[in-house]
Design a protein around this ligand. Structure first.
Ligand code: GTP
Length: 476
């Protein structure tokens, strides 16, 4: 049985992204915004039973014959976004699954305020989480949705990550982390970002990295509007999330757990910062998505390594790939995949020690999307890759941090904190630098000679060989 995943959304960005994620996957599972399941197809005037090939259990709890609720927790220090989510999905979220601070003022963009609030309320959050876990039978792990630059998603999110890593050591802990754009809206963003990066490096098993530079550029092209907004960027993130989880929500033989997806991508515990790419964004995924001419899995897989299709910015240097995992959905010819893989192996430069494996999962297109959008014959694809291109983003974080920290600027909010110790700044910068060095070292042929490969180098709940390869694909 596929394990259950608990989604924890923290702060404005986390809860906004969560709204689009639930909207997308509810649509794919034929679940209405009120949690009721659509069992019949009436699109042609006639009513017929919809043949089910999905598994709702990993992401939804069924509590009546025809009623589903997300396995989700929504946390914020101010009420507007969570209220919006409840209004958008009336009766969908479990009442006990949301928490808003009594103060209702937010963290004022300070990581330290968010962290303090996280610490003060940690027991409440862990209790809420345990209540959600009571309704699971084979709990697999958590996914945290948040931004790294505000106060709540970053600070409270960091505190929660530490608590989860400590309390549920054997469970998979993944994050979907949104980095800020270069047009920094708040002066302390570099502080918030570096402090959060430390927790992502130390406590998460895999972090899927997005940044608003790449997302806003991509939105401009996908939606073809001059004005881009978070409503659009969040649909892009939700598309990636939907594809990453496709193989566990529409299970077949391979990649039936998130563990099996991420274990193909994370060679050592440090190197777990993953780059997402997606194309094309059709109406299956985004509102008003462009209609594309017929394409093939071959075209899509090759397009996925093009910089404009990445959801995180990359510097100009050609990245060295450690691993890649792709899901393609639509009208797929297997031969196209074989051809694309051999072409990609020539185009992508893999680290000499890496097995040059490009894992491709043929995902399933939901029958509910077919009912809504017709039988389009196009193909969409998502690629998650682990590559050294992430270094340019990490370097940028260090440079912006150094600029304000050199003058000890804007430290008031941090100095007033009850728990925060300013040594954390220096330590977090060191952690970020050593992460950069690790990725740079991973480009070298001798990298694995220097890394002691032990059992604990593998992510999550790997105690024995059987669990690693639960889906029998023998891919590590
Ligand atoms: P406080 O506002 O301090 O309580 O913290 P918060 O975590 O609620 O803040 P928020 O999530 O707004 O974090 C600010 C950062 O997230 C900035 O870099 C924003 O650009 C970005 N951001 C905020 N909302 C969204 C969103 O819906 N989508 C995307 N992509 N980015 C967002």
């Amino acid at each position: 049985m596929t394990g259950e995943i608990l989604t924890i959304q923290v702060g404005q960005c986390g809860n906004h992204v969560g709204k689009h994620f639930w909207s997308q996957i509810a649509k794919e599972h034929g679940i209405g915004h009120d949690g009721r399941k659509i069992e019949t197809d009436t699109s042609n005037g006639a009513t017929k039973e919809i043949f089910r090939e999905d598994d709702t259990n990993p992401f939804f709890k069924q509590y009546e014959e025809n009623r589903y609720t997300p396995r989700a927790i929504m946390i914020d220090l101010e009420p507007s976004v969570i209220n919006d989510n409840h209004n958008f999905f009336p009766g969908f979220f479990d009442d006990r699954s949301s928490w808003v601070s009594d103060d209702r003022y937010g963290a004022g963009n300070s990581w330290a305020n968010g962290y303090d609030e996280g610490q003060k309320n940690q027991d409440t959050f862990l209790n809420m989480i345990d209540k959600q876990l009571d309704s699971t039978e084979n709990f697999e792990g958590f996914q945290l949705l948040h931004s790294v630059a505000g106060g709540t998603g970053s600070g409270l999110g960091s505190n929660l990550l530490e608590a989860l890593a400590d309390r549920y050591q054997k469970k998979l802990l993944t994050t979907y982390s949104v980095f800020p754009s270069d047009q920094s809206e708040v002066v302390v963003q570099p502080y918030n970002t570096i402090l959060t990066l430390r927790r992502l490096a130390e406590d998460s098993d895999a972090s899927i990295v997005f940044d608003n530079n790449a997302l806003l550029n991509l939105s401009g092209r996908v939606f073809q509007k001059n004005q881009t907004d978070y409503n659009q960027t969040n649909q892009l993130i939700a598309s990636a999330l939907s594809s990453i989880t496709n193989s566990i929500r529409f299970p077949s033989y391979m990649y039936t757990s998130l563990q099996s997806v991420f274990s193909t991508l994370v060679p050592t515990p440090e190197l777990h910062f993953l780059t997402p790419a997606f194309t094309p964004f059709t109406s299956d995924y985004v509102n008003g998505g462009m209609e594309y001419k017929r394409n093939t899995a071959y075209d899509v897989l090759l397009d996925l390594i093009d910089t404009p299709n990445l959801l995180v910015s990359r510097g100009t240097k050609k990245p060295i790939y450690l691993n890649a995992f792709s899901t393609v959905i639509g009208d797929i010819e297997r031969n196209d995949i074989t051809r694309a893989i051999s072409k990609l192996q020539q185009r992508m430069q893999f680290a000499a020690w890496s097995p040059t494996m490009i894992h491709v999962n043929i995902g399933k297109r939901s029958r509910y999307l077919r009912t809504l959008n017709g039988s389009q014959n196009h193909v969409s694809g998502m690629m998650l890759s682990n590559n050294s291109g992430i270094v340019s983003l990490l370097e940028k974080v260090c440079v912006s941090f150094d600029k304000i920290y050199a003058k000890r600027a804007f430290m008031n909010a941090f100095q007033q904190s009850e728990i925060f110790n300013t040594d954390d700044f220096v330590e977090s910068r060191e952690v970020t630098r050593s992460l950069i060095e690790e990725y740079v070292a991973s480009e070298e042929k001798s990298y694995l000679d220097e890394v002691l490969v032990e059992d604990e180098n593998m992510i999550g709940n790997f105690e024995g060989g059987d669990e690693v390869d639960a889906d029998g694909d023998n891919i590590m």
